[in-house]
Design a protein around this ligand. Structure first.
Ligand SMILES: [Fe+2]
Length: 306
């Protein structure tokens, strides 16, 4: 599996592994009862051993985004809210079937094709915030270059049009949620998704809005950039002026380097997944053919016996 650079040092490094290997169909019947003896462990100790996700710090000091995002905002947003998701998820899954799974697997399993199970919100919020902190940087903003810019221009008409659509999506998200730039491949396998729509074309960049903790992993998309539009992301610096926060995010904070790296890896992962799906398809056809041959031989034997 190819690791994803922006999350390379986190406990959530297997960003795209779930999009390749997880059987979404089995998630519908997922149960997560307490086990008598947890089977998965990460830390050795004298007493009971359990899996624990950890709070990862942003890749810069808490005052590193000033004056565009205050230290006080990070102290609350990362130090209180993000930390809370980690602590709550650890309490929710300890000793369950989810204990010991990669975070992305917990997210997809508990999303449960839209029939959300209780640990989903905390699990997805951990992942979303790790991804958010690495979507921005001190001295960010400006304009991307290279293939990323070419794809943005191809799929949105121009960089300015993309920025306009991204801002509109972030401004109009009703209530709490996230806005994403994502690389879309494959057909949508979630029938109840309202946004995005299953009919959208493949292998293109898309802007999607997600409510509450939902993220594009549950649609099998490759996230490239996100902005957190929960009020806790901006109320200290901007009070209720979400639009000003969004403008500052795109003008002064976005790390286009991270987005470019994510696009490169997303394309590699998508190509790998395509090959794997092709191999699986051929294997299934081969199995089907050999079963047909057995059936023909059986008839032939019967015929001779008569
Ligand atoms: Fe947040």
């Amino acid at each position: 599996m190819v690791a994803v650079a922006p999350l390379a040092t986190t406990t959530t490094t297997k960003l795209y592994s779930l999009t390749c290997g997880l059987n979404l169909g089995s998630a519908r019947s997922l149960q997560w009862p307490k086990k008598e003896t947890p089977c998965c462990t990460r830390k050795a100790g004298h007493n009971k051993v359990t899996a624990q996700f950890e709070l990862k710090p942003p890749p810069y000091p808490l005052n590193g985004l000033e004056p565009n995002m205050s230290q006080e905002t990070l102290e609350y947003h990362w130090g209180k809210h993000h930390r809370g998701y980690v602590e709550n998820l650890n309490k929710q899954i300890v000793g369950t079937d989810l204990d010991g799974l990669p975070l992305e697997d917990v997210i997809v399993r508990t999303y449960n094709k839209g029939d959300i199970l209780p640990p989903f919100n905390n699990a997805a919020q951990i992942w979303n915030h790790d991804f958010f902190w690495e979507s921005i940087k001190p001295g960010g903003g400006g304009k991307p270059s290279g293939e990323l810019l070419e794809l943005i221009e191809r799929d949105f008409g121009s960089f300015d049009k993309f920025i306009g659509e991204f801002k509109t999506a972030a401004t109009t998200q009703f209530g709490s949620g996230w806005i994403w730039l994502a690389y879309k491949t494959g057909k949508l396998d979630v029938g109840n998704a309202l946004n995005p729509r299953p009919s959208e074309l493949d292998k293109k960049l898309v802007i999607v809005k997600s409510p509450n903790a939902v993220n594009p992993l549950v649609w099998n998309y490759y996230p490239l950039l996100t902005i957190d539009v929960w009020e806790h992301a901006y109320y200290i610096d901007f009070e209720n002026r979400r639009h000003d926060y969004i403008s500052l995010f795109v003008e002064k904070l976005v790390s286009w380097d991270s987005v470019s790296s994510r696009l490169e890896l997303a394309k590699a992962q998508a190509a790998e997944r395509e090959l794997e799906e092709e191999r699986n398809k051929k294997e299934a056809e081969k199995t089907s053919d050999s079963e047909d041959e057995v059936y023909v031989d059986d008839n032939s034997d019967d015929s001779e016996a008569e």
